[in-house]
Design a binder for this molecule. Sequence first.
Ligand code: 2DT
Length: 212
Amino acid sequence: NKESSSSRGALIVLEGLDRCGKTSQSGRLYKYLDEQGHSVESWRFPDRNTGVGQMISSYLANKSQLDDHAIHLLFSANRWEKRSLMEEKLKSGTTLIVDRYSYSGVAFSSAKGLDIEWCKAPEIGLLAPDLVVYLDISPEKAAERGGYGDERYEQLEFQKKVAGSYLSLRDSSWKVIDATLLIEDVEKKLREVVLDCMMTCHKGKPMSQLWP
Ligand code: 2DT
C-alpha cells in the first residue's frame, strides 16, 4: 500500500528531554511504518554529518567553545541546509520522522537565558511540522534512566530549565504522550497519532511554515 506520488508525506517531529525515549521510539516507529509499506525516512537534528553539524558536534562534546548566540544560529543553519531536501521528500510522498527540530533549538537556547523571540526568529520559514509529539517525562525521572552521558546539556539542573522552556512552547497542535508508560504503550499511542496525521496529509492538508 505505497502512497501514490500525488499525495505528500507528513513531517512528524518528536521532542522531549534527554532520555525521554525519543530516539528508540523514532526507530520503532520508522520500522513499523516501513514494514507497513509506507515511504518513510528517519531524520534527526542536529544532523552531525554536514560541515555545520561537525561544528555542533564538537561543541556538544565540549571540544570547542562558542557564544550562546553563535551556537544557536548554527543549530538553525543545520536545519536550513536540509530544508530543500526535506521539502522534496515530503512532496514526493515520503513521510519524515524527525528526532528534534526547531523546538529543541528554542527550548535549549532560551533555557540558557536567551530571549525567546530572538531564538525563534532564525527558524521562520522552515517547514512547519504536521505533528509534534512531546514525550513527557520529568527531569528527575529522566535522570534516573541510566544517567546522562558526557555531553554538554546532560545535567539535571539544565534539563529542568529546558523542561520549563518546552512548556512555554507547547500549543494545541502538540500531542503529549506520557513517556513513563511502558515502551510498548508509548509506541502504540505514537502510532495512533502519527497514522492519523499521515492520513490528513495524504488527503491534501497544505504544507506550512514556521511559525504557524
Ligand atoms: P541529541 O542528543 O538528540 O543528538 O541532541 N539541541 C538540539 C539544541 O540545543 N538545539 C537544537 O536546535 C537541537 C536540534 C539538544 C544533542 C543536543 O543538542 C541540543 C541536545
